[in-house]
Design a protein around this ligand. Structure first.
Ligand code: CP3
Length: 352
């Protein structure tokens, strides 16, 4: 008898599952009163750097809901602080000295995770010790281009104009910055897997800013370089591509297991563009959690129908859960997805 593999990991590998596994982007966060309680006692940056507190808030949603995966409580900007970048959260990340010159690219230090972010690795060990065996832990990093957006612009922005114009005005420096970030995130993710992360995810939150040629040249250059050495970690690799419906053909041949997508295109269309070699993660609109219970079931059911019942779907929101969301709506969503998908027969058909 082989040990049964947790549904989340099976779905990442496009293997059959007893029901569609589900987790929620930002599942540890401000919509939970228990998170707000911890947060009222500690600054966000204190939470990030305290393994006990980070592990506690990582585990909070798992105590409340039958989620199929945990995600480490951290931030995509955390390792950049380890590379010498001075930043604060207000609440989005603000970089005090934006990077716009060759000299400032070169001034970034190499990331040695065990030396520069030991608290992240310790958080992972604590979370693993506190998680039930069937619930894997996802480690993550920002994808290089998305990190570049924050580093070049200095603060969150709708258009990230300074970052986009940097790609055109100084493409050589942009490529050097992408390469530096890719090498750092590769080391960071490898260290997370060594500490116990059972899947690794790259967040490309700002993919939608780019036309396919720039996405290929800068974003995918970084992703390819970041994941090149990660296969030996032996864990599934997930790439979340926000606003990437025009980019799906570009990511179909990446050496990755799962593509995470926002809610803007139906999963059926996404799966056709990606082909059979990728699992998909998504893609309910986070706003759908504000629908009536009956409508929420309809919207979630449509996501399951679009996913089609073939192996390789992890249910999630298309982007992070909103702080105003009612936790009871999350509980209803999880129950519905588990119950409804357990009646699917693997061909896409649903038993009556
Ligand atoms: O539960 C989880 O998903 C794990 C925790 C997590 C956080 N940030 C905690 C956080 C994860 C995976 C992230 C990733 C992250 N951080 C991304 C990629 C995902 C995405 O949303 O596209 C990005 C772009 C960031 C940068 C960032 N950090 C922003 C834009 C913000 C402000 C967002 C907001 O909702 O206000 C942050 C701060 C942040 N990161 C918070 C949390 C819980 C809010 C901090 C607080 O408690 O005040």
């Amino acid at each position: 008898m082989t040990a049964t593999i947790p549904p989340f990991l099976a779905a990442c590998r496009r293997q059959p599952v007893p029901y569609t596994p589900l987790w929620i982007m930002r599942q540890a966060g401000r919509y939970l009163p228990e998170y707000r309680r911890v947060r009222s006692q500690a600054e966000f940056t204190t939470l990030l750097r305290s393994p006990e507190l980070a592990a506690e808030v990582t585990l909070q949603p798992l105590r409340r809901f039958p989620l199929d995966a945990a995600i480490l409580f951290s931030d995509i900007m955390t390792p950049l602080q380890g590379m010498g970048v001075s930043l604060s959260f207000e609440p989005g990340p603000v970089v005090h000295e934006p990077i716009r010159t060759d000299a400032s690219v070169d001034a970034l230090s190499q990331l040695v995770p065990e030396r520069d972010v030991p608290f992240v690795l310790e958080s992972i060990r604590l979370v693993r010790a506190g998680l039930p065996a069937g619930v894997p832990l996802i480690g993550f990093a920002g994808a290089p281009f998305t990190l570049l957006c924050y580093l070049v612009c200095g603060r969150p922005s709708k258009e990230f104009g300074a970052a986009r114009s940097f790609l055109y005005s100084n493409p050589a420096a942009a490529e050097r910055l992408i390469d530096r970030l890719a090498d750092a995130m590769s080391a960071y993710l490898r260290a997370q897997a060594a500490a116990g992360a059972q899947a690794l995810m790259l967040f490309e939150s700002w993919a939608g800013l780019l036309a396919p040629p720039q996405f290929e040249r800068f974003a995918l250059r970084g992703v390819r370089r970041a994941v090149a050495g990660l296969r030996e970690a032996g864990v599934p690799l997930i790439y979340y591509v926000n606003q990437g419906s025009a980019l799906m053909e570009c990511v179909a041949d990446l050496d990755l297991d799962v593509i995470g997508v926002d809610w803007r295109s139906p999963l059926g269309t996404v799966r056709r563009k990606l082909g059979p070699g990728k699992a998909v993660q998504g893609n309910l609109d986070p706003a759908a959690l504000f629908a009536s219970p009956e409508d929420l079931r309809r919207h979630a059911g449509r996501v399951l129908d679009e996913a089609g019942g073939a192996p390789g779907h992890i249910f999630n929101l298309g982007h992070g859960i909103w702080p105003e969301t009612d936790p009871d709506a999350v509980a209803r969503l999880i129950d519905y997805v588990h119950e409804r998908s357990s009646r699917q027969d693997g061909t896409g058909a649903v038993a009556p």
